[in-house]
Design a protein around this ligand. Structure first.
Ligand code: GDP
Length: 139
């Protein structure tokens, strides 16, 4: 199902560093419309569930600790080809490999503290949006 929507989180490092405004400006300038948005603080249970796919990875504990250490901004974004275009806008998982001008190149510090999340498929965008906004009507 192609929805033209994706899901993002501005992760705790972005909120801590005061980068919410700058990152949202990049997102708007790239043509995304904000459909839903909230400041929220993930619990350990939330983060473990959200990242369940990574639970066997060696960095899972570190990832859960990072994602729960402070508030995040969760948002649903709309644009043609949203998932793919947003992944291009944020850049590679590791900011050292991210293209110039991408959000991770500009605002991330490491592969673990990489500033933003972007869904990797339409299906996951719907699941992740519902996880944070609790209604599939958003999609
Ligand atoms: P994404 O889709 O680009 O966010 O990347 P992944 O789905 O592969 O990983 C999810 C998140 O786990 C990343 O955004 C990072 O915050 C974290 N992560 C990924 N790889 C590593 C790693 O090698 N070490 C650590 N500490 N964190 C990682």
């Amino acid at each position: 199902m192609i929805t033209n929507r994706t899901f993002t989180m501005l992760k705790p490092d972005s909120v801590e560093k005061g980068n919410i405004g700058a990152i949202l400006e990049k997102i708007n300038a790239a043509g995304f419309r904000i459909v839903a948005m909230k400041l929220t603080h993930m619990t350990q249970r939330d983060a473990e569930a959200f990242y369940a796919i990574h639970k066997e990875r060696p960095f899972f504990g570190e990832l859960v600790q990072y994602m729960t250490r402070g508030p995040i901004v969760a948002a649903i974004l709309e644009k043609d080809n949203a998932v793919e275009d947003f992944r291009a806008l944020i850049g590679a998982t590791n900011p050292a490999e991210a293209a110039e001008g991408t959000i991770r190149k500009l605002y991330a510090t490491s592969i673990s503290e990489n500033a933003v999340h972007g869904s990797d498929s339409d299906e996951n965008a719907a699941i992740e949006g519902a996880f944070h906004f609790a209604t599939r009507e958003m999609f």
